[in-house]
Design a protein around this ligand. Structure first.
Ligand SMILES: Cc1cc2nc3c(=O)[nH]c(=O)nc-3n(C[C@H](O)[C@H](O)[C@H](O)COP(=O)(O)OP(=O)(O)OC[C@H]3O[C@@H](n4cnc5c(N)ncnc54)[C@H](O)[C@@H]3O)c2cc1C
Length: 342
């Protein structure tokens, strides 16, 4: 079968540049087209697609664009209509798109509209002896290799699997595509997001800082020091820009009526039933390092931990360096040194 590849991309919140995930999907499409000698088309959804198209220069692809105010923000009706129109115009058999919340929301609906199939959480695409696509199931615990005869086949590519393509920021010939707007029932009135420094989950940070339940447990003086713990943790995050992870025990405590750190939610939880973030370095504090937590560290390259317990999981081979010490004292000293440096 002669394949025709389409990469669906969308702009970031500025409306004028493609998201990192989109640029990674373009790289995936480019590599696939080269391997197959197939036609590559890039579809862009943006408020101003010709500005966004600059970042895909160098991909030697046909560039189709859907532009306009209606496509400035994520909305099911308009995004699905745009993806459907782009897929049909490109006559694509393989459609790649980033695993972004915007694409994940519409991908299944678009597959249904174009009579195709969809798979998500794709981590690799092999072409030897036909398409073999790897994907995660059940978060990142089971990896499957799948093939499908159905076309068009939509694949949502996991973030961080392909390097983002580096565009040359020059003008690119784009073919505008007119999309008949569907009946719009949802109007986007604005975005409410936490202030940047209140956002503690930072996927691009160089370091993951994990807070465990020890921060809110009774300390050797018989007292709980939750407020001090919060100050130490936030102080460290502010000076280093690290991303904040947590153990399950700590984020579950709120529901149990125990002391909590107010800036932590279940979104911070790392582990078997939490997330599996990717950072070059990780520092666990007041955390025991049990297996269900540490499986979430599989993509953390260099691991260190501070625990009072010399028999903790970290000390049993889960970390490169373990400091058997009081994390309150260590982090106070670390923050002091960081502040001196700043
Ligand atoms: C099915 C299943 C799924 C699970 N999924 C997850 C998951 O996704 N993520 C997850 O995290 N857990 C998960 N768990 C729970 C996991 O097994 C552990 O119970 C949890 O990780 C423990 O959290 P913790 O280490 O923060 O707390 P604790 O076990 O209470 O450990 C606290 C640690 O802090 C140390 N400490 C206390 N004070 C200080 C101090 N001043 N300085 C230094 N150290 C100090 C203590 O010595 C202790 O080692 C799961 C469990 C099950 C059964």
């Amino acid at each position: 079968m002669v394949e025709s590849i389409l990469v669906l991309t969308h702009a970031d919140e500025t409306g004028y540049s493609l998201t990192k995930g989109s640029l990674e999907a373009v790289r995936a499409g480019k590599e696939l087209a080269q391997q197959l000698g197939a036609q590559l088309t890039i579809g862009i959804i943006a408020i101003d697609a010709s500005a966004a198209a600059k970042s895909v220069l160098g991909s030697r692809a046909r560039v189709l664009c859907v532009s306009g105010e209606a496509f400035a923000t994520a909305r099911y009706a308009t995004d699905a209509a745009a993806c459907e129109a782009l897929s049909k115009a490109a006559q694509a058999t393989m459609i790649l798109a980033p695993q972004s919340s915007r694409m994940a929301r519409v991908a299944a609906g678009v597959a249904q509209r174009i009579g195709g199939a969809v798979d998500t959480h794709i981590t690799s695409i092999g072409v030897e002896g036909g398409f073999k696509v790897s994907r995660w199931f059940y978060r990142q615990r089971i990896e499957a290799v799948i093939t499908r005869a159905a076309r068009p086949w939509i694949l949502l590519i996991e973030g961080g699997v392909y390097a983002a393509i580096a565009g040359e920021q020059a003008d690119v010939a784009v073919e505008p595509l007119a999309v008949e707007l569907p009946k719009i029932r949802t109007s986007v009135t604005g975005t409410r997001a936490p202030a940047l420094d209140a956002q503690t989950i930072r996927p691009d940070a160089k370091m993951l800082f994990v807070a465990g339940a020890g921060w809110t447990k009774k300390q050797p003086d018989g007292q709980i020091h939750a407020a001090e713990a919060g100050d130490l943790i936030l102080g460290f995050l502010q000076t280093t820009g690290a991303s904040l992870g947590s153990s399950k025990s700590l984020v579950d405590q709120g529901g149990d009526g125990q002391p909590v750190l107010p800036f932590l939610t279940h979104m911070n939880q790392v582990g078997q039933t939490g997330s599996t973030p990717r950072h070059p370095k990780g520092l666990a504090t007041c955390c025991h390092g049990e297996e269900p937590h540490v499986v979430g560290w599989r993509f953390i390259a260099e691991r260190r931990a501070i625990s009072l317990d010399p028999n903790c999981g970290w000390a049993r081979g889960k970390a490169d360096v373990v400091y058997i010490a009081d994390a309150f004292k260590v982090m106070a000293k670390v923050n002091e040194l960081l502040n001196l440096k700043a």
